[in-house]
Ligand binder design. Structure first.
Ligand code: BGC
Length: 765
């Protein structure tokens, strides 16, 4: 598509490309955390992937499939006939074209000057917004101007519930109805989770139109016919609301009540009209993001600023901030990819953004983990362990483990490859614990810890204590796992897992000691029988085997990794597509090669940076970077931040650009078809703020060690720390830190010197 960064607020497609529709649908997706709406066009095309996903509404199609976020009814579709001819960019001539997503306002705008096959010319403009203020509202405005002559225009539009998740129909058809010969309403209900979705819509025309109302299977729509004079603009507005019985406000309503309240709300929104809905929503964007926590960079490469806005935009729309029973899927709400499931991506890649930028959202995300503890306990029990074993992929709170069992084809056997992650990628339990602890360190939120956080830390420690196995060496091992690097499975003593399991146990021990005498702790002690396990934890934590560095400082990624065969990986390292190694080898063969899909030991080093010496960091960087293919989009940000730490500044910047290009770039026009890469987008922010900006929380200590790339003159960002909002202005030679809240001083280390920021601090770096 080619990014036009001439305006660093606007992601722009300059040419209609019918072979790559999925790309813009995903990267220009609209949303608000309640819903995600792929940016499909009003007219339909072969190859499109229309999608509307509502947070937390998982459904299981049948017992052979895992649950997924159902693809709800389509309200965008409009069949437009101009002088009797269907409007489609596959015919006629496109004289002028642009499609733009404006991050500042959250508005999508498409402009087309089109000559129809009958030689008549039209100007068409399509505007669309998903309100950030009223989370239930989608608003569309379409302007059509006939340029050649007076024209008859016919538009057919409504609510189309014939949509499926690539074939799986998750809904039963519910009531459909017209109210006042004007408002359309359609209900669809998920087949297994029994959630009602109520769609209500109102279409208005600026010219008088003959209206014909119609219903079809899983569909309600109206056909509007009108005559428009040459050079006169016909404006069509379509305002739609979506409510579900999963919404907290609707939990106790009958379906009739829900339909009635939805209709009332639609009427109110429709009275506002498109322009007002847009204005109110844009003001919310200012309030929540652009005026309060913008990341601003002065760079010789204008795409950098655009990419940072792209990241903040998507992070805002992927987070269900309204409801702590929901979390962020690996694709946000921008596609069917990964079925809307939640992974460790949340804690390790997206959570840092929310901890520093919107701590209340971060709290919600971790409350979700607390609320899903029953499923985690069940999973542990089912596997013969104690405590909480968090699902590798999770969905609704009570769903437990939802990882599918089979994936893509194995080129050698011709069979689907079994997916073992749900069974043995167990580091998720300490990732969740790490997320909780990070949140606590940054916010000091005792209330959260007492209600939720400590219980997660203790219960995951209980899991680890029960998961350890005694080896012949008298030490405790963790066998048969998958670490972060998913190119190795069924391995023993994975460094990442073992280090973090030990850390998780130590953390539980230290809080057990610290919390003695607190009333809430006594309750927790009784509930989880902590005192009875404490001595065993202490003993076990001392006996866990953690892979130690070789003499040269390299930490074995697992028990066997360093003995596997070496291979020239240049071909795969230089690829623009991920996973090309699978074109030559199957999974079992890849298991035998020293090749990593994604950051693994290096991620351990980044997350536990005070546990390793600088010699170890360097040795592992030199060893693992060349062996890592970055075949997961999660990988680049870790390597970029570490490259900066290692002083490999140009590589750090190259990796930043690559991370930005995963979704925004044009090298692979299909990589985002199934949705954006949420963790990579969290990673873009991490590279800028934690990497180049050098802001890091080590233990409970805040440290600033910025180093801007050559292309960057300055970087400005905001971070909340323990109730204080800090503004950081960083250049190549100086750092200005302002405490905007000023109710407490913040201690910060810069270049080994401790500073106390009560108000303002200016320092050379
Ligand atoms: C990665 C995992 C990640 C998942 C979802 C996989 O390709 O290897 O680490 O959690 O994608 O983003």
């Amino acid at each position: 598509m080619g990014i036009d960064a001439s305006n660093d607020w606007i992601l722009k497609e300059t040419k209609f490309d019918p072979t790559a529709l999925g790309k813009c649908e995903a990267i220009m997706c609209l949303g608000n955390g309640y819903m995600g709406l792929r940016s499909s066009t009003e007219e339909r095309y072969v190859g499109e992937k229309r999608g509307l996903f509502i947070a937390g509404t998982y459904n299981r199609f049948d017992e052979n499939e895992v649950c997924e976020l159902p693809n709800a009814a389509d309200v965008l579709e409009m069949d437009i006939k101009l002088n009797g001819q269907h409007f489609s960019l596959m015919q006629g001539t496109i004289e002028e074209y642009s499609r733009e997503l404006n991050f500042c306002t959250g508005e999508l705008h498409r402009y087309i000057l089109w000559t129809a096959p009958d030689s008549n010319k039209y100007k068409l403009e399509f505007y669309r917004v998903v309100s950030l203020k009223n989370l239930h509202t989608i608003a569309q405005k379409i302007n059509i101007t006939p340029i050649s002559a007076d024209m008859e225009i016919t538009v057919s539009t409504g609510i189309n519930a014939q949509i499926t998740n690539t074939g799986s129909q998750h809904f039963s058809e519910g009531p459909k109805r017209f109210y006042d010969r004007k408002y359309m309403q359609l209900v669809q209900t998920t087949t297994q989770s029994n959630i009602h979705f109520v769609f209500t819509t109102d279409v208005t025309f600026s010219e008088n139109a003959d209206t014909h109302i119609a219903m079809d299977r899983r569909k309600i729509f109206s056909v509007y016919k009108t005559k428009v004079a040459k050079n006169k603009c016909l404006t069509i507005q379509k305002i739609t609301t979506i409510h579900t019985s999963r919404d907290r406000a609707n939990e106790n309503k009958t379906l009739d009540e829900l339909q009635a309240s939805a209709l009332n709300e639609l009427k109110a929104e429709s009275t506002l009209g498109y322009d007002e809905i847009l204005k109110i929503s844009a003001a919310k964007w200012q309030e929540l993001v652009w005026q309060s926590i913008p990341v601003t960079v002065q760079s010789s490469n204008p795409t950098d600023q655009l990419a940072l806005r792209f990241a903040q935009y998507h992070l805002q729309i992927m987070a269900p901030a309204h409801d702590n029973r929901m979390n962020i899927g690996a694709k946000g709400f921008s596609g069917e990819g990964y079925k809307g499931h939640v992974f460790w991506d949340t804690e390790i890649f997206m959570l840092p953004y929310f901890i520093y930028s919107q701590p209340s959202v971060a709290r919600n995300l971790e409350e979700y983990r607390y609320l899903s503890l029953p499923g985690a306990r069940e999973k542990a029990k089912g596997n013969g362990y104690k405590g909480a074993q968090f699902p590798w992929e999770s969905a609704w709170l009570t769903d437990g483990e939802v990882t599918p069992l089979y994936g893509a084809a194995d080129i050698v056997t011709g069979l689907p490859i079994p997916i073992l992650t749900g069974l043995i990628e167990i580091h998720i339990s300490c990732d969740v614990c790490y997320g909780v602890w990070q949140y606590y360190m940054a916010t000091g939120d005792e209330d959260f810890m007492e209600r939720y956080g400590y219980e997660i830390i203790f219960d995951t420690a209980i899991f680890w204590a029960s998961r350890l196995e005694e080896g012949n060496d008298g030490l405790l091992h963790i066998n048969n796992v998958i670490g972060p690097d998913e190119y190795k499975d069924g391995i023993d003593d994975d460094a990442f897992t073992n280090y973090f399991a030990r850390w998780n146990l130590h953390l539980a021990i230290s809080y057990y000691d610290k919390l003695q005498g607190n009333l809430f702790f006594e309750k927790l002690d009784n509930k989880l029988k902590l005192s009875a396990q404490y001595d065993a934890w202490k003993e076990k934590a001392e006996k866990i085997y953690v892979p130690v560095s070789r003499e040269d400082g390299v930490i074995p990624q697992n028990k066997t990794f360093l003995n596997l065969k070496e291979m020239d990986l240049t071909k795969y390292k230089n690829q623009t597509r991920v996973g090309t190694i699978y074109n030559d080898f199957n999974h079992d063969q890849i298991n035998e090669i020293q090749v990593c899909k994604q950051a693994d030991v290096l991620l351990l080093i980044l997350l536990m940076e005070d546990a390793f010496t600088s010699q170890e960091k360097r040795a592992n960087w030199d060893y693992y970077e060349p062996r890592t293919l970055h075949d997961s989009s999660l990988s680049l940000s870790t390597h970029s931040v570490l490259a900066n730490d290692m002083g490999d500044y140009s590589l750090a910047y190259d990796l930043f650009v690559r991370a930005c290009n995963i979704d925004m770039g044009s090298a692979n026009m299909h990589s985002s078809d199934d949705g954006i890469h949420a963790a990579s987008i969290g990673g873009i922010w991490q590279i800028a703020v934690l990497g180049f900006g050098g802001l890091r929380l080590v233990g409970d200590k805040l440290r600033l060690a910025p180093h801007l790339p050559d292309a960057w003159e300055s970087l400005t960002f905001y971070a909340w720390l323990r109730g204080q909002k800090l503004k950081f202005d960083v250049t190549k030679t100086s750092a200005n830190i302002e405490n905007l809240t000023k109710t407490e001083a913040v201690t910060l280390e810069i270049n080994g010197i401790e500073y106390i920021v009560e108000d303002m601090l200016e320092t050379p770096i």
